[in-house]
Write a protein that binds this ligand. Structure first.
Ligand SMILES: Cc1ncc(COP(=O)(O)O)c(C=O)c1O
Length: 390
């Protein structure tokens, strides 16, 4: 089949399965409100957990850095893209993660894609949670091409992981997990994982993309909250969620970070982050430290939702699993009619038959906005159970 009919066929196959994706122009109006197709909606779809992306101090820092440097880097970090702002941010992130040293990457996705292959060879066994993010899945694929053995263990299944660690035949083992799972909002058993990693002399990598800023007194994530910063070997993070910017990083012991800096292709062969973005993230970290009430407010919102829905909520990510794709699309449209901005999350982002609305909370949500969400979710829940009874 030549290209034109092949492309048409692929799009047709997606459409038949309700899996066509399209972007809409959405204008942020405030921390929690957006304009979408001329409707003013309260959004519960943003990863700006602490409401820092548009904070006045962050805006001021971005403007001042832009006036000083323009966009900045003009080349990769190893050529001339690494400015004093980048170094300051790496130092701050290392402290946040409780590690010696950190290195920045263009995105969180690029961080995972760079880090795993930098550590993998034919003597490595990689153990990855079944629900790890696509960037980890793709990183495992790259590591496999370098001869590593990749074992996907069932989600959160410590026993299966332990069996795998006991029986693999490689010289070195590595465990990789998210701390807060991006689509389900549940938490990795980090204390048990640190015990396993010590018993089996494995390296433990934790992706704290959704934990940074959200957990830990200093915002150092679930690893800080559970007191396991020292045992976690590599802390992988993104600047694009609670820190409100763009970019990724990995933090760890100095020799490990030196090796990653020298081998991770997504860091070596890509331009450094724009200086205003870096300055904005530095300001966001300062602001989060100066305004600890943001984290407290976020957890207050989680509690309010937990009580109102009468279901346990472990993080600001709350999945409303609806099953098939058309049901999730329908619910997203109903949300819009109720003044809410929620999107349908469908495969391949989530497994087949688990399409859902993914609710995310922010420190900026008011109690009234949360109550508006609760009223809508109760309607969805009632509608869903009526459908299932039919
Ligand atoms: C667990 C996890 N890791 C990595 C990423 C990628 O981060 P970024 O958006 O900075 O590329 C995401 C983003 O959704 C994520 O959820």
């Amino acid at each position: 089949m030549s290209w034109t009919p092949w492309v048409a066929l692929q799009l047709d196959l997606l459409a038949q399965r309700n899996l066509i994706r399209e972007r809409r122009i959405v204008t942020p109006l405030s921390g929690t409100e957006v304009l979408d197709r001329e409707a003013r909606l309260v959004t519960f779809s943003s990863n700006d957990y602490l409401g820092l992306a548009s904070h006045p101090d962050v805006r001021a820092a971005i403007a001042s850095a832009a006036a000083e440097y323009g966009n900045g880097p003009r080349a990769s970090p190893l050529v001339l893209g690494h400015t004093i702002y980048h170094q300051r941010l790496e130092d701050r992130l290392a402290t946040l993660a409780g590690k010696d040293r950190a290195v920045l990457f263009p995105t969180g996705f690029a961080t995972n894609l760079g880090v795993l292959p930098a550590l993998a060879d034919e003597d490595t066994a990689i153990f990855s949670d079944a629900l790890n993010h696509a960037s980890i899945v793709d990183a495992c694929r790259l590591a496999k091409r370098q001869g590593a053995e990749v074992v996907i263990y069932p989600h959160l299944d410590i026993e299966a992981l332990e069996r795998g660690l006991r029986t693999h035949r490689k010289a070195r083992a590595l465990i990789i997990t998210e701390s807060v799972f991006s689509m389900d909002g549940d938490l990795a058993p980090l204390v048990e994982l640190t015990r396993l990693k010590s018993t089996h002399d494995a390296l433990l990598l934790v992706d704290e993309s959704h934990g940074t800023g959200v957990f830990g007194k200093c915002g150092g994530g679930l690893t800080e909250h559970l007191g396991v910063q020292r045992e976690v070997d590599l802390f992988i993070g993104t600047l694009s969620k609670a820190l409100g910017g763009l970019g990724g990083f990995v933090a760890g012991a100095a020799p490990l970070i030196a090796l990653i800096l020298n081998r991770a292709r997504t860091g070596i062969f890509s331009t450094a982050l724009p200086v205003p973005v870096v300055a904005g993230v530095l300001a966001a970290i300062d602001t989060a430290a100066r305004e600890p009430e943001r984290q407290i407010k976020l957890h207050g919102g989680m509690q309010r939702l937990e009580v109102a829905l009468n279901q346990p909520i472990q993080s600001p990510i709350v999945p409303i699993v609806l099953g098939d794709e058309s049901r999730a699309l329908e619910a997203a449209e109903q949300a819009r009619q109720s003044g809410l901005h929620l999107v349908a999350i469908r495969p391949p982002t989530v497994p087949q038959h688990t399409s859902r609305l993914r609710v995310t909370l922010s420190a900026d949500h008011t109690p009234t906005q949360i109550d508006q969400l609760v009223a809508f979710l109760k309607k969805v829940r009632d509608g869903n159970s009526a459908k299932m009874r039919r």
